[in-house]
Write a protein of this length. Structure first.
Length: 244
């Protein structure tokens, strides 16, 4: 078996039961070297939480593991933010479990597709002189488990990305939506609504730079990216980090 990392499969061998929040452990190879992998699984119903990730990292470090994979059908955005902004003692990655994994009739048909790891959005936050901000999606950085290196995918290759301009940490509200890869997405919506969209705005909705927005009450923005497989990831940015 194994886990998909951006189209490349990380083989997991000698899979066996773990202890505590490390539910399983396995072995893999990276550049010819053997690596010990710890796996922690989220609840059947509900997302992986920050508390689970923190405990899993502590246990993986104490157990001498080389890599930690936290898998779940949903990942709490705050848990993702914790991993993104923290210098962890053990390299940690999230794996999105297929929603049908708990369906015995479906999960055995394509075992290699049960878990997929998606990279982290590479975004740039800019502040204009009038105080408004814009977000630019430069791409997605994906970890290559076979070499240990990070590869970059251009922002125009993602299926869709969305912006919550005043993220409250609980619910992601789509304030702006963009479809760089599928240039016809907004055309389809325009026909469905029988509405007219200004050509300039229409072109923006196919791009990788957001429309200007003002600072909200929560003073942070969330960027959600969806790849062509439907796997999503999210990055949270405090607006104070914007560059003028």
């Amino acid at each position: 078996g194994g886990i998909n990392f951006g189209g490349k499969k990380l083989p997991l061998r000698n899979l066996r039961e773990g202890h505590g929040v490390i539910h399983a452990e396995a072995e893999t190879e990276q550049n010819g070297d053997k690596k010990r992998v710890a796996l922690s699984f989220g609840p059947k119903y509900g997302p992986v939480t920050t508390r689970q990730v923190q405990q899993a990292v502590r246990d993986a470090y104490a157990g001498g593991y080389d890599m930690l994979i936290v898998a779940g059908t949903a990942i709490d955005p705050e848990a993702r933010a914790f991993v993104q902004k923290t210098n962890l003692a053990v390299p940690t990655h999230f794996a999105q479990l297929a929603p049908d994994i708990f369906n015995a009739d479906l999960k055995t048909t394509r075992a290699s597709e049960i878990a997929t790891v998606f990279g982290e959005p590479d975004v740039e936050l800019k502040q204009h002189k009038d105080g408004t901000y814009v977000v630019r999606l430069r791409g997605v950085d994906t970890y290559d488990p076979l070499t240990g290196e990070v590869t970059h995918t251009d922002g125009r290759e993602v299926a869709a990305w969305f912006l919550d301009t005043d993220y409250d940490g609980l619910v992601f509200h789509i304030c702006q939506a963009f479809f760089p890869r599928d240039g016809k997405a907004w055309q389809k919506l325009q026909r469905a609504l029988k509405a007219y969209i200004e050509p300039e705005v229409f072109e923006k909705m196919r791009g990788v730079e957001s429309l200007p927005f003002k600072v909200g009450e929560n003073r942070r923005v969330a960027v959600k990216v969806i790849d062509i497989r439907g796997i999503e990831t999210l990055r949270i940015l405090p607006l104070e980090e914007g560059s003028k």
